[in-house]
Design a protein around this ligand. Sequence first.
Ligand code: 5GP
Length: 191
Amino acid sequence: MKLLKERIIRDGKCLEGGILKVDSFINHQMDPLLMKAMADEFVKRFAGDKIDKIVTIEASGIAPAIMVGYLLNLPVVFAKKKIPSTMANILHTKVFSFTKGREYDICVSGEYLNKGDRILFIDDFLANGNAAKGIIDLAKQAEAEIVGMGFLIEKAFQDGGDYLRNVGVRVESLARIKSLSDCKIEFVSEL
Ligand code: 5GP
């Protein structure tokens, strides 16, 4: 998506270790017009699919997910990173965090992820696919079906995209980064 790529070039910052910082328009300060444009693009790409629910993980997936949910008039469920003592019927799994370098818990209530639900997972980044794998596990526990996964930014030099596509998940990424070597942002060339 041209608009997002231009914004990444303009305002994105490379950190050591293959991390792209997009704090000025996605991850801290947010640009609602860009969020809306990105959500429009997901709606277009998944237009042929029957979707019941948008699913994401707190915190950074919530903004794009709610935009998509708003446009499609669908509920948005976010997996929580702390297990609330009051949560009924908990579905739980563990996810390894790429940016924090440690494992964390994610959970959703089985009240909001139901058998037969057709879900679209939306997140900010796809790196090694660990968050996505966690959602696949929760969907399996709930007997829900994953229609597809939409990421704002895919770091194509990491394994997540290949893994997900190889196991048959439909992946749509709005900007695919080929390399962040030497702190130079290079995109995958797409037709
Ligand atoms: P994965 O689970 O695919 O390995 O990593 C995805 C998660 O890690 C995303 O939800 C995002 O929060 C975080 N992440 C991975 N790589 C980056 C990055 O380069 N920049 C930022 N800001 N977050 C990242």
